[in-house]
Design a protein around this ligand. Structure first.
Ligand SMILES: [Zn+2]
Ligand SMILES: [Zn+2]
Length: 280
């Protein structure tokens, strides 16, 4: 891939481990042609991983400073990774609807609260995931996974965003269950139905490369590339970096795999618009 891009990234404004500028400088050094900042949008409960409501103006301000400073090196874009929460539905999406953002990423990290009312992140500690499956879904991993896709499809139906984040992220922790087989028809049907909705709503599916180095997997999993190709779903390769050296992690491998699955282009932002860029 000649025209390298990444539109899913974090920084000090949320749970990223460096400043926005450090990430941008790293992206410049790695030869990226376009880079998007997409901090976790503020949420209505206390957390360390999301931006604070008060910081949003400064987030935009810092972005515009960098956009100007690095305009000769690369295109910079500003977005947010927005959470679709079970009890709030698309409230966050509506809140930032009229802000001057270049794009929006929609994500599911929460599907149900614990009996105590506490939040539980499906992407968190594997042991907690296992315990919550016992507690909320009678130990039935299918029920948990179905619940995730139910929420995901609700978010997609709202269509108040552009890019679907890590579509099968629940598989990361579900994989520890012996009963979870990603090739079983109940599961592949869920993926197919979700992709149909993505297509209907004209959204982009990101291929999230964050876990390629650590787990050898992308979200969605490589097994679904041919299906997405067949359904003509536009895809975008994003690293979801939280550390500057993760800016292009797993991308080379992923572009190759997409090519093998028959993809000729990926969707990116160029000149302020979504366009299809040839992979080679
Ligand atoms: Zn996420
Ligand atoms: Zn992210």
């Amino acid at each position: 891939m000649q025209y390298l891009t990444n539109f899913h990234s974090h920084c000090y404004f949320c749970d990223g481990r460096a400043s926005m500028e450090q990430f941008v400088r790293y992206a410049v050094a790695k030869g990226l042609r376009a880079y998007g900042v997409s901090s976790h949008a503020p949420v209505s409960f206390n957390t360390r991983w999301a931006m604070h409501y008060d910081d949003f103006p400064e987030y935009l301000q810092e972005f515009y400073r960098l956009k100007k400073k690095y305009s000769a090196e690369m295109e910079l874009y500003v977005g947010l990774e927005l959470d679709y929460l079970p009890e709030e539905k698309d409230a966050a999406f509506r809140l930032y609807e009229n802000e001057p953002l270049d794009y929006r990423i929609g994500a599911i990290h929460y599907i149900d609260n614990l009996p105590t009312g506490q939040k539980w992140n499906i992407d968190g500690d594997p042991q907690l995931f296992y315990m919550v499956c016992e507690l909320l879904y009678d130990g039935d991993i299918r029920r948990l996974v179905k619940r995730y896709f139910e929420q995901l499809c609700r978010m997609i139906s709202s269509a108040r965003f552009d890019i679907v984040a890590h579509l099968d992220k629940v598989a990361y922790n579900a994989a520890q269950f012996r009963d979870f087989d990603s090739t079983a028809s109940w599961y592949t049907d869920l993926i197919t139905e979700t992709l149909k909705l993505v297509k209907e709503k004209d959204l982009i599916v990101e291929i999230n490369t964050k876990s390629v180095a650590s787990r050898g997997v992308t979200f969605p999993n490589r097994q679904f590339y041919p299906l997405m190709r067949k359904m003509k779903i536009p895809v975008m390769v994003n690293s979801d970096c939280h550390y500057p050296d993760g800016v292009i992690t797993g991308m080379k491998h992923t572009y190759e795999a997409l090519g093998e699955a028959g993809f000729r282009t990926v969707r990116i932002l160029k000149g302020g618009k979504f366009v299809d860029m040839p992979i080679n």
